[in-house]
Structure formats: C-alpha cells, structure tokens
Design a binder for this molecule. Structure first.
Ligand SMILES: Cc1cc2nc3c(=O)[nH]c(=O)nc-3n(C[C@@H](O)[C@@H](O)[C@H](O)COP(=O)(O)OP(=O)(O)OC[C@H]3O[C@@H](n4cnc5c(N)ncnc54)[C@H](O)[C@@H]3O)c2cc1C
Length: 461
C-alpha cells in the first residue's frame, strides 16, 4: 500500500543524538513544519556498548539543547526534574553522566517530541522538479511504504561500524558471536565472558571498555572469565587529549579555521590529531591497570596481555579456534595469536546511505567522491535542485575533528535551524575559544588599556 503524505518545510532522516537535537530545537519554532524519521522501532543509542559504569565523555551540558538554548525544555536538567532525580544528581556531583542515562534521556525526548516517527526506514530520496520538493520514501517493518515531500532534508544517518580487512571474511552467520564488532558486544557479552580466551582489537575507548569488562569477568585472583588480550595498531595505549585548551579544537572557531585550509592540509591534520578523537580516557586506562594490579596480588602474571603497535594481517578458523597473524610494526616481526573470539573495536566511518542513490547525479561530490559541505552544513547540489540537503556527522574532512563529537551537536543543529528558517532563530556565538587558530587577522599586539567587551550572542534573556 502506498499513501501520499503532506509537505514539510524540513525532514530529518535518522534520529541519533544529532538529528534529535535539531528536532528538539525545532520543536520551539512553530512556523517551521518538521518531521524526523528513523528505521528503529524506538530510540536507542549504541545499545551494544551501554555497559554499567561507562559514562559520557563530554559534560552533561552537551545534551541535546543546552549549548544552543539553555531555556529549551528538552534539556537533561529538565529530564532529571521530570524523573524526580534532581537531588540524587546534585549529590552525585557528576559532570560526566552514565551512558545508560544519556540513552534514557534521549529516549524520553524522542518519545515526547511530536515531530519524531520511528519504524520508518527511508529507502529513497528523490528530487521532484515539478513541485520543487524532495520526495522521501519510507517503509515500515510490516512492509507499508509511504511517501512525503519536503523542501529541506537533513541527513543524520550516523556512521557504519568498520572491521579490519583481515577479519571481514569471518563476518558470516557461522561466526556470529565469535567474530564481531564492538557495536554488538553487549548482545554476546555473557557468552564471551564464559570463553577461555578473547582478543579485543583497537586502542580507542570502545576497545578499552570491552577489555575492562572482560577482565572484570575474572574473580579477584584472576580465575574464571576469559584470558583477555588487547591488540592495538597505535604505538601506545594513549590517553585521549582532554586538556582544557586542547578541547578548544571542539569549537566553532576551530571549525572556521579548519574549513579554510587546503584539502591536503586538512587530511594531514586529521590523521595527526588522532589523539583528539581516538584515544582512551585516562580514567579507563587507570581502571584497567587497577583491575590487573588487584588480580596479581602476591605476584604472578595477569590473565591478560596488552600489545600496542600490532596489526592483524590475516585470520583463519580451524573449526575450533581462530588464528590471527599479527605484525609488530616497529620490530617488523610477525607472530600468531590463537583465541576463541575476536571483538573488533575498530571504529566507525561515515558512509553514503543507499537512500541517496536516486539523487547521486544531482550531488556535486568532490574529486575524491566526498560531499562538499558549506559552513551551514549544506551539501553542494546541482543548481537545478532548489531545495536544500544538509548533513550532520559526515563532515570530518571539511569541518575537522568535532564532527562526531556531542559537544558541538546543539550548536551545529542551531546553525542548521538558522539556515533552514533563513534568520537567526537561535543566535549562535562565533568567538568561542581563547586559542587563536591560524595567524591573527588584525594586529596581534594587545591594547592593554582597552579591555575587550564580553562577547554576546544577542539572545533573549
Ligand atoms: C559507544 C559510543 C559512545 C560514544 N560516546 C560519545 C561521547 O561520550 N561523547 C561524544 O562526544 N561522542 C561520543 N560518541 C560519538 C558520537 O558521534 C555518537 O555517539 C553519536 O551517536 C552520533 O550520532 P548520529 O546522530 O550521527 O548517529 P547515530 O547515533 O548513529 O544515529 C543514526 C540513526 O540513523 C538511523 N538511520 C540510518 N539509516 C536510516 C534510514 N535509511 N532511514 C531511517 N533511519 C536511518 C539509525 O537507525 C540511527 O538511529 C560515541 C560513539 C559510540 C559508538
């Protein structure tokens, strides 16, 4: 059955935190008709990694709305108030909230907003020259197909789990639960915890958390639970940059600076900046150390191995166990690891969703096949398309390391909202960092007699 739907000013595809932020901000703009669609039956945020004790890596102020509009009712603090948790939260003195609570908070927002619709998998986006609107085709789990029209679209379909080439041939039903991406860890956690030997690959936060969780399956003396091996390609298990000045790479100022650099410089910089977005929190590294220390009281070796500087070059299954061919990149030496399961905590990459295939001829990709994205997050399109296509979290190549970071989510959503409404609906600050990125544009000599007035964004009190 196919039903024709009404026309919206703006439709969001995907309801992760980023489009949910835009939905929450747009909820206060009655002149803009919006609808946000997601394939899932209900909101969920990385369910495979919602382990007890894990926390958000950004302060709770980076909720869906506060950094753009602290008066918006869809804030985390208002969520706490609704759930009668203000006093417990106050006494907990937490800046970094449990990841499970962030998921629950987002679900509360998604469930209550009138402009979200789940069980709506978008299969195609097309441009209709006659009506000057996009047509969005979406399908429900029961097979019902619907269409709606929109003048503006915001893609927020997230990123795709990445597995190293050497393991990809093992991602078949026969190896389900034995060779997996960390995105599916919690589904198989109990079974993995009962194995003799598990290998985790990847030196990011997810790799560290899975390693820590597996070690915690061992008892205080290191008995029970799997022998846990953590392999990483990086030369060290390095902490994520978390200094106050370092974090200024996650500001609109840095985005402006980065966008103006030549593409080759941007790509070189992003590779060099891996510790800004790929490292492990110092706290988690400390916890791994503490758990191993505890389990080796009285001497002896822990039932765990930590190997940095190691790449997996091949893998095979002998019918019982997995054999990983490993290469130590600094010593240039090969060795083999035999294990019962492999968890690839090897990250996520932005992928162009298949729903864009019908529109591809009208998207002005760069010579490397990537979106060209402007300062308002518009994707460059053929001039025949008079509607606008925005994207969130697919712009690391043009906007820098802040693209996947929740810190900038509400600010980016407000930027898109302003572009979509054609006015400063939610004024956003431009000067946000103490650091001057790049050469100063005016005489850098400070005038000690004239203090600079504080920056304002002209928001209503
Ligand atoms: C485990 C984990 C923890 C993280 N923790 C932090 C943190 O603490 N701080 C931080 O700054 N960043 C963190 N990040 C990075 C941050 O970028 C993500 O958490 C965030 O979820 C990205 O949001 P998103 O909206 O881009 O996409 P996603 O959350 O991936 O959501 C995309 C949505 O789009 C939907 N979708 C996809 N295709 C379609 C379609 N065709 N039709 C309809 N719907 C579709 C999906 O169902 C999904 O719900 C973390 C990432 C991970 C993996």
């Amino acid at each position: 059955m196919t039903a024709q739907q009404p026309t919206y000013d703006l439709v969001g595809i995907g309801i992760g935190p980023f489009n949910l932020s835009l939905a929450a901000l747009a909820d206060r703009v009655p002149t803009l008709t919006t609808l946000f669609l997601d394939s899932k039956p209900a909101f969920s945020w990385h369910p495979g990694l919602l382990m007890e004790g894990t926390t958000l890596q950004v302060p709770f102020l980076a909720d869906l709305v506060t950094m753009a509009d602290p008066t918006n009712p869809w804030s985390y603090l208002n969520y706490l108030r609704h759930h009668r948790r203000m006093f417990p939260f106050f006494f907990s003195e937490r800046f970094h909230i449990p990841r499970r609570e962030y998921d629950h908070y987002c679900r509360w927002v998604a469930d209550h907003l009138p402009n979200t619709r789940f069980d709506a998998h978008v299969t195609a986006l097309t441009w209709d020259e006659a009506t000057h609107t996009f047509t969005v085709t979406h399908r429900a789990a029961d097979g019902t197909t619907s269409r709606l029209s929109a003048r503006q679209i915001v893609l927020g379909t997230g990123t795709t789990p990445t597995v190293p080439p050497a393991l990809q041939h093992l991602l078949t039903p026969q190896h389900t639960g034995r060779v997996l991406h960390s995105a599916d860890y919690r589904t198989h956690r109990t079974a993995l915890g009962a194995l003799d030997d598990v290998t985790v690959i990847g030196a990011g936060q997810s790799g560290a958390e899975v390693t820590l969780d597996l070690i915690r399956h061992q008892d205080g003396d290191g008995h029970g639970g799997p022998h846990t091996r953590w392999l990483a390609r990086t030369p060290a298990f390095a902490p994520m940059e978390y200094s106050k000045i370092g974090l200024e790479h996650f500001t609109p100022d840095y985005i402006d600076y980065f966008r103006a650099l030549p593409d080759t410089t941007r790509q070189r910089l992003t590779r060099r900046q891996w510790q800004l977005y790929k490292g492990v929190s110092e706290e988690t590294l400390g916890e791994i150390h503490d758990e191993l220390y505890e389990r080796t009281i009285g001497g002896g070796r822990p039932r765990a191995d930590l190997h940095p500087g190691v790449e997996i070059t091949a893998a095979h299954h002998d019918g019982h166990r997995y054999h990983l061919t490993c290469h130590h990149t600094e010593q240039q030496r090969d060795f083999t690891v035999t294990t019962d399961a492999v968890v690839a905590a090897t990250g996520y990459t932005p992928a162009r969703p298949a729903l864009l295939d019908p529109l591809l001829d009208l998207i002005d990709l760069d010579p490397r096949g990537r979106y060209q994205i402007d300062g308002d997050y518009r994707i460059a399109l053929d001039p025949r398309v008079t509607g606008t296509l925005y994207v969130q979290n697919a712009e690391m190549h043009t906007h820098g390391v802040g693209a996947p970071d929740l810190t900038l989510g509400a600010w980016r959503a407000a930027t898109i909202l302003n572009a979509a409404t054609g006015q400063d609906t939610l004024p956003v600050p431009r000067r946000t960092s103490w650091t001057t990125f790049g050469a100063p544009t005016t005489d850098a000599t400070p005038d000690h007699d004239t203090p600079t007035p504080p920056a304002t964004v002209g928001t209503r009190p």
